[in-house]
Design a protein around this ligand. Structure first.
Ligand code: ADP
Ligand code: MG
Length: 556
């Protein structure tokens, strides 16, 4: 592989990238840098997040720019304010030894200040489509003489509805410019846009298209909806050094999960659309400088957040589409590091996994939600390690040693250790002892002989399960996961906790959370499986009292 030096970058640039520790180009850089240095042809480059795209276009552009003209020569469009600032920062670092001015223009900040900066003159503008368009309409930004147009995260820009602004901007740029489009995915919209605005573009694709990083370990654990939060806690507990984004689907859920984590003593906060820009910046900065370990976020809010060294991406729920999964998981394992993407899923979501696996080009590994005991042990030994590393800071314990030794008196080393540990762990132990198993056994990850007889302990939100019989059995080729799928299909959007399943020759038993009794019977009204009308019936060792109660419940 070529080095940056062999590629032929200016010494000023080589010096600044050496300072920030870039030793060799990443694969996308190896392909794009010589291309942009050597030709004026348009380029479509596909590479996942974290593959070094900023330097892939930034370095060759800086190399070719004329520092002695103060006309805008390059416009870089990016979907969010955060990305825009990040690109600007990166470019300024690369250009530390060049007399090049770079200005960022983005919404959510006073426009006047940005106008002043533009007026002072600059060669590169990095902006969000909305604000750039605004500046052009106000005649504060002239793109008529640009040599380079970069569309960074083009797929995201289209997804965010910037199509009209992008069209308007592109219309006012000269024919002669070189257009460079970077995207992690290549949806039809992008292909269409490329066809419209680009001349015989060269295509570069790093790695298989739409494929997640190789060094991400894709994992999942299965639990019931009411237990998702506890499962999240256990994952955090068993990884004391976790540095993670937890993705939720809605703002409300994001807030709720973050609030619970905070009140349970975790170092967490939330990022979602209801926050003001100042609040968002604050949260992101705390997360970037690692004063926060866990950031709970929606897909949209986390879009601009590129943080290195994340250990875990946690999907509190699977996203609606596969592309979002790739975007989420691509936030870990950046710049050659490795990372874990783990989804907390419910039995009903199992059937969606294969689609995500196909998109990620990787088989997902089933992981058990850690047991209370495992978490306890992990914390205990972690504490032991931290004692080993502990040192008094700025004071001297030696002067008290004689007195302390006297007070410990005849205690042996073992006894002292036990006492120290119990001081820290007495309060946890009861919790961990009682901690239930949160895993739901699914057909896929159970030993064969256990598959049809499912005995794992589970919990219903209401604390009680109702047992039903259904007229499907082994003779209908029913397996537990088929049955789970049928129940979920009949009860869309309900997230019913499913308990034990027991499949017999001609019929099967299943348990569901008793709080859904009323709905369940309705849900199966006129239900069919492969043309066969289904009937379900509650099955209880019926005392007449219970029976009455249930009948009453259904009459309501
Ligand atoms: P992308 O835009 O593809 O998501 P970035 O350009 O933000 O990725 O780069 C991701 C991370 O990799 C950044 O921290 C960046 O500094 C680092 N990086 C980029 N190129 C190199 C390189 N050649 N060597 C080492 N680190 C790099
Ligand atoms: Mg980028």
């Amino acid at each position: 592989m070529q080095t940056f030096y062999e590629i032929g970058l200016k010494p000023e640039i080589l010096e600044s990238i050496a300072q920030i520790g870039f030793v060799k180009p990443t694969p996308v850089q190896t392909q794009t840098i010589p291309f942009i240095l050597g030709t004026d042809k348009d380029l479509i480059a596909m590479a996942q997040t974290g593959t070094g795209k900023t330097a892939a276009f930034g370095l060759p552009i800086l190399n070719r720019i004329d520092p002695f003209s103060d006309k805008v020569q390059t416009i870089i469009l990016s979907p969010t304010r955060e990305l825009c600032l990040q690109i600007t920062d990166d470019l300024k670092t690369f250009a530390a030894n060049l007399p090049v001015n770079i200005v960022a223009v983005y919404g959510g900040a006073p426009i006047v200040q940005q106008m002043k900066e533009l007026k002072r003159g600059c060669q590169i503008v990095v902006g969000t489509p909305g604000r750039v368009n605004d500046m052009m309409n106000r005649n504060k930004l002239d793109l008529s003489a640009i040599s380079f147009l970069v569309l960074d995260e083009a797929d995201e820009m289209l997804k965010m509805g910037f199509k009209d602004e992008m069209d308007a901007i592109l219309d006012q740029t000269p024919e002669t410019k070189q257009t460079l489009l970077f995207s992690a995915t290549m949806p039809a919209d992008i292909a269409r846009m490329a066809g419209k605005y680009m001349k015989k573009a060269e295509r570069i694709s790093v790695g298989p298209e739409n494929t997640a990083h190789k060094n991400i370990s894709h994992e999942y654990c299965v639990t019931t909806p009411p237990n998702c939060y506890q499962a999240l806690r256990r994952i955090a507990d068993i990884n004391p050094d976790i540095y993670s984004i937890v993705f939720c689907r809605t703002r409300i859920e994001t807030k709720e999960i973050a609030d619970r984590l905070i009140s349970d003593g975790y170092n967490a906060d939330s990022l979602h659309g209801d926050l003001s820009q100042a609040q968002r910046d604050l949260v992101m900065n705390r997360f970037r400088n690692r004063s926060l370990q866990i950031l709970v976020a929606t897909d949209v809010a986390a879009r601009g957040l590129d943080v290195d060294n994340l250990t875990h991406i946690i999907h509190y729920h699977l996203p609606d589409d596969q592309e979002s999964y790739i975007h989420r998981s691509g936030r870990t394992a950046r710049a050659g590091k490795s990372g874990i993407s783990i989804a907390i899923i419910t039995p009903g979501e199992m059937r969606r996994l294969p689609f995500f696996e196909r998109q990620a080009g990787a088989k997902f590994t089933h992981r058990m939600v850690p047991s209370g005991r495992e978490v306890f042990e992990k914390r205990l030994f972690n504490f032991v390690d931290s004692i080993n590393d502990a040192q008094p800071k700025g004071y001297d314990l030696d002067v008290y040693m004689a007195e302390m030794m006297k007070r410990f008196g005849s205690l042996s080393k073992e006894e002292i250790i036990k006492k120290f540990m119990s001081l820290e762990f007495n309060r946890y132990h009861a919790d961990y002892q009682k901690a239930p198993d949160l895993n739901v056994a699914t057909a896929e990850h159970k030993p064969r002989r256990e598959r049809d007889r499912d005995t794992a302990p589970r919990r219903a939100a209401s604390g009680q399960f109702t047992r039903y019989t259904i007229n499907l059995g082994i003779r209908n080729k029913i397996k537990p996961d088929t049955l789970i799928n049928i129940i979920n299909r009949q009860t869309p959007d309900m997230k019913i906790a499913i308990g034990k399943i027991d499949i017999q020759q001609k019929f099967a038993y299943f348990e569901t959370d008793s709080q859904h009794d009323k709905h369940l019977q309705q849900a199966f009204h006129r239900a069919k499986y492969k043309g066969l009308p289904l009937t379900i019936q509650p099955f209880m060792k019926d005392t007449s009292k219970r029976k009455k109660k249930r009948e009453l419940a259904w009459k309501e």
